[in-house]
Design a protein around this ligand. Structure first.
Ligand code: ARG
Length: 586
């Protein structure tokens, strides 16, 4: 096993292989290796008990056999202390010499990256994220998709996958009928929208609705405008293009601020001429059927959808969100050769994606093509102080750009207060990274499927599971190296095995990056990595308060410098995966 970056995965493989050679173990043995509580060791194999129970064996006896075998084969003996605990658990504790050897081997960001790639075959993965709707402001709901999607894309690329970041912009909605009507009727100019163009477009949309309310006959006209746009009428097309260009410019500002980029921005309109193929194929293969004038796909075997089919063509013949997503799926398979597609949206779209995936399954099986693995990464709502979906004082949805600007402003106030003599430029730089990092981190550190409470004081606090706390830990390590006048990673040659409890606790934590990353990527839940980094920062703080680094004894100084340097690399790698740049001073 030894010298796998992911020791937990390595140990799992060893235990499986060893058990396979023992008669009393059956083929379905799962070692279930988990992190152990520190007082029991580093890892714990919990799988013997259920295995024994299932096959009517004595767990203690199975544990003894497995342990004997491990000892005889001498695979783990040098690296860790092993023992049986309780009715049949196995406990493992790494020997300090081994821990040191491991930390000498995995030292740079590249080593961590290479390590993470061990045992994974790179796949082609499309991450569909952010995907706001044009002619509207991006609201805080989109912040989660943008941040979570960006971070998943970063992590998957780190793990060696070929990632295509695709912004599936909603640029083909029914809102355009009303917008075009409003432009034409009010003589509104799209060329001078001023400072807040998206707000102006929202007002325009409201104005269109108001006009229809006053004169209901206009509703038909708006519908006609939509049809004429969809048919390619050049005048309507021009208005539509302008509105989209204005919207995309505004979105770009947010992306730039958040450091988010895309490989593709293929909005819904891109698929407008590809939906006919979808109708034909679904019809030809007998997957869709007519129901109340519309074309639908039933998934009757699924209770929840028995009465609620997936509508792929509306009764007026128009395409919809579902059709577009099917055409998009097809495109991603044909053109991108996607092996996996990840959709990042809020939880309210769960039914849509479940039905999309079920339909995709049927459709591709009938087309005799392999279906990529499809995953809906959904998230909960951001709540305001009142426990309801966050809103501004006036009751409008919070605007993303305002929120980010406010984060920087508030961070600047904190920086100035803590450090009044800092040069302005430096204070601004720190505030920008801290403020934006804090908003990102507040989102990422929560289990994405729960709602979370947005609280400025909490997310900007220097204490607790926050970006400022982690950034501060990193800055502190940089300052240690500045004081010793050493580069991180140098001065480690004389290091000996870890001795004090705090050294050992920190070293132990450093070995656990791999399982944390593994869990994060398996479940596509960034909060696992956040929790790990928070715990690492805590162990570092305890170590640093307890164990002086700049001591005379060369061996001690060396191994403590090594711990500082590895903590730094691990923290900076982790923060970079979360899209947060680090600071050398704070
Ligand atoms: N534009 C949609 C929204 O704002 C999200 C699109 C998600 N992606 C997809 N392929 N349906 O809700």
């Amino acid at each position: 096993m030894l010298f796998r970056f992911d020791l937990m995965a390595g140990l799992t493989d060893v235990l499986r292989a060893e058990a396979a050679q023992i008669e009393q173990f059956e083929e379905d043995f799962e070692p279930e290796v988990r992190l152990a509580e520190a007082r029991f060791g580093d890892f714990q194999a919990n799988g013997i008990l259920p295995h024994a129970k299932k096959h009517g064996r004595n767990p203690r006896e199975l544990a003894t056999l497995l342990l004997q075998r491990l000892r005889e084969d001498q695979i783990c003996e040098d690296a860790m202390h092993m023992e049986i605990a309780g009715p049949g658990f196995l406990n493992f504790r790494f020997r300090p010499e081994f821990t040191l050897e491991y930390l000498r081997k995995f030292r740079s960001q590249d080593d961590l990256r290479e390590g993470t790639r061990e045992g994974t075959t790179g796949r082609k993965i499309v991450v569909d994220f952010s995907s706001p709707n044009t002619a509207k402001q991006m609201h805080v709901g989109h912040i989660r998709s943008t941040i979570i999607g960006d971070v998943l894309a970063r992590m998957l690329a780190f793990q060696g996958h070929q990632v295509i970041r695709d912004n599936h912009v909603g640029d083909w909605g029914t809102q355009f009928g009303i917008l075009i009507l409003a432009v034409k009727r009010s003589g509104f100019s799209l060329d001078a929208l001023g400072e807040a163009p998206l707000e102006a477009l929202e007002n325009l949309y409201r104005e269109g609705n108001r006009m229809i309310e006053e004169d209901p006959a206009l509703r038909k006209e708006a519908q006609a405008e939509l049809v004429s746009l969809q048919k390619g009428n050049p005048e309507s097309r021009e208005v539509w293009e302008k509105i989209n260009a204005i919207s995309m410019d505004a979105f770009e500002k947010v992306y730039e601020m958040l450091g988010v980029r895309f490989d593709e921005t293929l909005g819904e309109s891109f698929y407008a001429d590809k939906v006919d193929e979808v109708y034909d194929s679904l019809d030809r293969l007998g997957i869709s059927e007519e129901s109340e004038g519309a074309w639908v796909v039933f998934h009757r075997q699924h209770q929840r959808f028995a009465e609620q089919p997936f509508i792929v063509r509306k009764s007026d013949g128009a395409s919809n969100y579902a059709t577009t997503d099917l055409a998009t799926l097809w495109h991603r398979i044909q053109v991108f050769e996607a092996e996996e597609i990840i959709y990042v949206t809020d939880g309210r779209q769960r039914d849509h994606f479940e039905q999309l995936f079920l339909t995709g399954e049927k459709w591709l099986a009938a087309e005799k093509r392999p279906l990529p693995s499809l995953r809906h990464v959904w998230f909960g709502t951001i709540l305001g102080e009142d426990g309801k979906a966050i809103k501004t004082r006036s009751g409008d949805p919070v605007k993303l750009l305002d929120l980010l600007e406010e984060a920087i402003r508030r961070a600047l106030a904190v920086v100035k207060e803590k450090n009044p003599e800092l040069p302005v430029e430096e204070a601004r730089h720190i505030a920008r990274i801290t403020g934006l990092g804090a908003v990102r981190y507040a989102d990422l550190s929560q289990n994405r499927t729960s709602d979370y409470l947005f609280d400025w004081d909490k997310l900007l606090a220097l204490e607790g599971n926050t970006a400022p706390y982690l950034l501060y830990a990193v800055a502190r390590i940089h300052s240690i190296f500045r004081k010793t006048e050493l580069e991180p990673g140098s001065g480690e040659e004389a290091a000996t095995s870890f001795e004090t409890d705090t050294e050992k606790a920190l070293a132990r934590r450093l070995l656990f990056l791999a399982p944390a990353l593994d869990q994060t990527l398996r479940e596509l839940r960034p909060h696992y990595l956040c929790s790990y980094l928070f715990e690492l920062a805590g162990d570092f703080a305890t170590f640093y308060n307890q164990d002086k680094v700049a001591v005379d004894d060369a061996a001690t100084r060396s191994r403590r410098l090594l711990l500082c340097a590895r903590t730094l690399t691990t923290m900076e790698t982790g923060l970079a995966l979360l899209g947060i740049s680090s600071l050398t001073k704070m």
